[in-house]
Ligand binder design. Structure first.
Ligand SMILES: Nc1ncnc2c1ncn2[C@@H]1O[C@H](COP(=O)(O)OP(=O)(O)OP(=O)(O)O)[C@@H](O)[C@H]1O
Length: 253
């Protein structure tokens, strides 16, 4: 079976700063794949490389069997044009730490926007789907609210609905609960758990070890731009093999 995400020797630098130092990993279709590690270890950078918000400097990155950002002809790689990258990015939903909803649009309008603008969908179809998605994230009664009239947790759930409106085959989550007050985290994690149960392939950068243990199928511990340890979340979290993993977990568990 084709992996949904495959990284082979992925390197990424910002100027002289070498951030990702040869990442190899595979995310199977339908899998919930959690990335943990200390601040600055390159987790967000790796996530951003998956949808080509960042360009990699070496290695190969594939989504659903296709090279990210390039086309291969023989042994040569040709960079995709912006419109080609945008077309591929449609299939990948991303949820950020900061929800970045459009402030002048209601929750419903936020969820309707991309299918109309990007796919040229009719308003009626987009509205119907948006209503269903808001219901799915428990916010049917907030459809008419503007972001400023929603809590952080509710805004994040709208952001998840907005990403799902494009019917992605892969969802990327970059610390989706870190900016939230503790009492709002649970509702967002519940939505993510439901999404996982529906079979969505998810790559989740998280500090929520409970979520990783209960919902994750695989877990990778990154440090200093390399994968230090990976495996079944329960095994890695309860029986870490590497000193660096042990040291990190002793601080966060
Ligand atoms: N656009 C950029 N330009 C220069 N350096 C960057 C850029 N983005 C990230 N970095 C640097 O890359 C390193 C890795 O950052 P990254 O955000 O990927 O780490 P992280 O593991 O996700 O950390 P955190 O858990 O704090 O979000 C950091 O040292 C950061 O300062």
């Amino acid at each position: 079976m084709t992996a949904m995400v495959k990284a082979e020797g992925v390197h990424k630098s910002y100027g002289a700063a070498h951030i990702l130092k040869g990442i190899d990993l595979e995310v199977a279709a339908g899998e919930v794949f959690c990335l943990i590690g200390p601040s600055g270890s390159g987790k967000s950078t790796f996530l951003r490389c998956i949808n080509h918000l960042e360009k990699i400097n070496a290695g190969r990155l594939y989504v659903d069997g296709e090279l990210v950002g390039y086309r291969q002809k023989g042994d040569k790689l040709y960079e995709l044009k912006d419109n080609e990258v945008a077309l591929k990015r449609r299939d990948i939903g991303m949820v950020f730490q900061r929800f970045n909803l459009f402030p002048h649009m209601t929750a419903l309008e936020n969820v309707m926007e991309a299918p109309i603008q990007v796919k040229g969908e009719s308003k009626a179809v987009a509205r119907e789907r948006a209503g269903k998605l808001l219901d799915r994230v428990g916010l049917a009664d907030k459809a008419g609210n503007y972001p400023s009239q929603l809590s952080g947790g509710q805004q994040q759930r709208v952001a998840i609905a907005r990403a799902l409106a494009m019917e992605p085959k892969l969802m990327l989550f970059d610390e989706p609960t870190s900016a939230l007050d503790p009492e709002l985290v649970g509702d967002v994690l519940d939505v993510m758990r439901d999404l996982a149960e529906s079979g969505m392939t998810m790559v989740v950068v998280t500090h929520e070890m409970g979520f990783a243990r209960e919902v994750g199928d695989s877990l990778v511990f990154m440090d200093g731009g390399v994968v230090v340890e990976s495996g079944n979340p329960k095994d890695v979290l309860t029986k870490p093999q590497h000193e660096r993993t042990k040291a990190f977990l002793s601080k966060v568990l």
